[in-house]
Each structure stands twice: as C-alpha cells, then as structure tokens.
Design a protein around this ligand. Sequence first.
Ligand code: ATP
Ligand code: MG
Ligand code: MG
Ligand code: MG
Length: 575
Amino acid sequence: MKASQFFIATLKEAPADAEVISHQLMMRAGMIKRLSAGIYNYMPMGLRVIRKVEAIIREEMVRSGAVELLMPLVQPAELWQESGRFQAYGPELLRLKDRHDRDFVVQPTSEEVITDIARQELRSYRQLPKNFFHIQTKFRDERRPRFGVMRGREFTMKDAYSFDRDKDGAAKSYDIMFAAYKRIFDRFGLQYRAVAADTGAIGGDLSHEFQVIADTGEDAIVYCPTSDYAANVELAEGIALGTRAAPGEAMVKTPTPGKSTCADVAALLGLPLQRTVKSLVLATDQLNEAGDVIKTTVWLLLVRGDHDLNEVKTGKVEGLKQGWRFATASEIEDHFGCKPGYLGPVSTKKPVKVIADRTVAAMSDFICGANQADFHITGVNWGRDLPEPDLVADIRNVVAGDPSPDGKGVLAIQRGIEVGHVFYLGTKYSKSMNANYLDENGKPQPMEMGCYGIGVTRILGAAIEQNHDERGIVWPAAIAPFAVVVCPIGYDRSAEVRAAADQLHETLGAAGIDVMLDDRGERPGAMFADWELIGAPLRVVISDRGLKAGTVEVQGRREAQASTVALAEAAALVK
Ligand code: ATP
Ligand code: MG
Ligand code: MG
Ligand code: MG
C-alpha cells in the first residue's frame, strides 16, 4: 500500500467534544469521522483496524465450532412482540414504520430473529448443539452517546447464540465461548479481566463480562489479586458487602414476594426516572444526644431487574432500630424472586455526594420514617450514572482491603471497559417464542440458549485507552492498521532512496506483510509525527545517508531509539 493512493487525514487538534484520549486520538488520526451524535463514518484507516478485529473474532468463533450467518438490520416488530421486548425495551430501541404502517426495529441484538430461525430449522435433538454468530451493525439509542466509538449509537457487534438440549449442554456451550473469548482477547494483546456479572432476571451464575482494564472505563471491577475472584462492582457490592451483615444491625424486611420495576422505585422516591436504576447508595449518620455524628453508615440498596419495593414503601419497613434487619441472601431471593437483591450496611469514611435536598428528604422519609430522629440520610447516589469517581471512591473505601468472597485474599478495585459479554439465557426466548426441538422420545422440549457479544468497534477505543503515549496511538501489533511503515526521506528527490524503498515495500508486500510506503514526499518530522499518531507498530527509515553505509533505521513504536540494520537484513527483521 502506498500512502499517496491511500487516505491519510490527520489533525493537529481533537474536537472539543472528545473527552477521552481514545476518542481524541481516533479523531486526530483520521480513523473515524462524526456524522451525528454517536454515529460515525469509519474512515479507511479506522476500517482497517475494524477488519483486523473482526478477522480475529471470526477465526476464533469458527475454531470454536460456531457458524456464521447474517441477520437483517431491520427486523419486523412482530417477533419483538412475541418475546415481549417490543414493549419492554424502552427508548434505546429504535422503532420505525414502513410505508404500509407496519412496525419495525433496528436491531440492538438479534435474539428474536435467531430464535425464529432456530424454531424453524432446528427440529430434532440430533441437530443440537448449534451456535450461530454474525458480525453486524447494531443501533441503540443510547441516552448519552459519548467517548467516540466506545459508546456509539450505531456500532458493530459480534453476537453469537447457542442452542442446546438441556442446561448441561448450555453450560458446555457457555464454557466453549468463554474459552474462545479468552483466546480472542489474548490475541488482541489487551490487558483484560473476565468478571462475574449480573444475570438479572435470568438468575444463575453464568454471566461474565470481559473488561479491558482502563482508568476511563465506565465500569468498576472488584478483584482479588491473589485469587481468580473478579466481579463487576454491581454484582460485587452484593457479595462483598453482604458479608458484613450483622444480626440486628441492618435493615430490610419485605414480607411478601412480588414484582415491581425501577420506574416504581423512582415513583416511590418522587424522582423522575432519567436512567436505569441499578443501585441506590444511601448514607446515614447516627447522632448522639448532643447531635454529634458518631457513625456514618452507607446503606446500599441495590435494585436490579423486577424486584418488588412496594412492600418497602407501604410501611412494612419498620424503621432502622426496631424491625429492620439485614436480609440474608436466601431471604432476598425468596422475597424479591431474584438474586442477589441487596440491602445492607457498610461503613464509609466520607459521605456520598448529596444530589438534591428533595431527593435526600424523600429518601430519609422512606428509610427512616418520621420518628427516627437519630438517623438522617446524608446522601443518595443513583447507581453508576452518577459522578462516578465519587461512587467508586466510596466503594473503594468500603471494599478495597476487605476479605474476599472466596476466602483467598483481600479485594482491590479497578476500572474497566466492557468489551465482551457471555450470558446464559436459559429458555427465556425459546419459551416465549415456542422454539422447541423433539427429544429422543419425540417429545417437544424448549431449547436452552446462550448469547455472546463482543463490541467490535468498542475494542478500538478500549485498545487505545490502554495503549497510547503523548505522541499518539500505540496499536497492539495484531490489530494495527499497518504492521510496518516504510518512511523514505527524499522519496521525491533521491533515485537511490526511491529504489530501496520501493524494493522493501515490494518484498514485504510479497511476504504478506501489511506494509505501508509513505511516498508522499513529506518532511521527516511531519511524516514521523503522522505515523506515531496513527500508531504503526514499526517504522523503517530509508535515507541517502544510511544507504551510503548500506543501512536503514528500524524503530518499534514503543522504542525510544532506532536501531541501525543492514538494508539487506531489514526485510527479514521485519518479517
Ligand atoms: P454497556 O453496559 O456498556 O451499555 P451492554 O451491557 O449494554 O454494554 P451488551 O448488551 O452486553 O452491552 O452487548 C455486548 C457488547 O456490545 C458489550 O459488551 C459492548 O462491548 C458492546 N456495546 C454495547 N453497547 C455499545 C455501544 N453503545 N457502543 C459500542 N459498543 C457497545
Ligand atoms: Mg448498554
Ligand atoms: Mg453492561
Ligand atoms: Mg453487557
């Protein structure tokens, strides 16, 4: 590839709306171009990286036995009505009508369509297990698209769906995908963790997120450096903090099981529901008679899925001192019909941020009741959409250094970017959509499903967050747009330089190496700056001076110094 024929469009400055480094560098390197909020053109340089990411994913998926197909972007609403998601999905789902006034959606994932395929095509136990995947555009009308391709509205995902005869089979399929994901993220050359994640309404323990470690990540991970324990903080709160339950100290009692939604919780608290409520963090101060704070306690109330909090609302909660106590895990499961709903105390060194007095007052009434004068709420924190550093700092105070749930060390916390998610679905879709197979006895059985996503375009952002310096991107070799860039100094002036550069370009190209020859005749400073910004892992500089000694200069993107090598050996070295 020659630069003059390719398209290189680097910028000195990043646009003002680019908050994180990966977004800034992708814009400056000319990898993406914004069309609308969360909607980007993938420019030639960026597309090369996307294609490399896709190729690795595709190879490992096929190696694991998954079969590629391609499902439509625009999907009829009928299928989504069958599964119930047409109503349930909320504003992230882009709905549209055709000229006949029929409803359609632009897919945010494809469980419905794949289940529709499976119920028609997979009729017998002999055809199972089966795992289908595609790499396709997704649309999610994200409330806050940001960070460039990391939280886009239109983005590319690899999504796979497994179909099995029974739970054991589904668990095997899950393990196969888990192993494939490890190979994929290893090959990308990224530092990541597989963390236990929330299974929401499905229950069970088969859900893991693959998190690329980065300070700018939107998720917080609790892990144990001396064991394999790692969980998304959303889940870990329930587990790690739950161990602090002391009889009589804490607080919840919900007499009957039931169902209600986050919207109900919001209504209960008199708050507009602007975001999905994943957790509430409440802080209380305990005062002595003189009114001094003698203890600050953060009360965590995690709300996930469809728990019933109406009971809490309607006075079954008797107050902090008397009737309230810490709910055990099994009580929570019994009462809320899901696990691990969580309500419990933790101590913290500083109060969490107060959002609004109105909120605090409402929460105070709700938790303490009017007659609980010796407690008041000092703060309320709405899950992970709040000013996160505060939330994380608080959680850090709480859990870092605590013993871990597996008894093998103490907990630490770090931030991550969710780049992949493996999830056991059970029969959620097969039951609602009647996807049955006939077992050995000719009896229809619902298929056991799993779904497995990787954010293809998000990988680019995550990789850059982890691999950059003050000069630009440092692509891991496996996904770099070009493996090596040949930078001739004076390509337009010197016949010797030109001949040597062309020759090296030719040799490397013939060897199947992704080589770029910068034949634009740029000055060395500008040329080097471009490729450092773009992040080519390796650079070969050819100059008249070097050629006189029969040498060229080879420098890795992370190396401070170039090494001088014989021209004749350069190709072999790069290969
Ligand atoms: P998040 O928690 O970041 O919103 P999610 O849990 O909603 O992600 P999944 O439904 O698990 O996402 O989708 C699978 C993968 O798709 C995610 O692990 C992530 O890598 C990617 N992904 C999800 N939403 C986006 C987005 N808005 N932009 C880019 N990639 C995304
Ligand atoms: Mg999401
Ligand atoms: Mg997520
Ligand atoms: Mg997810």
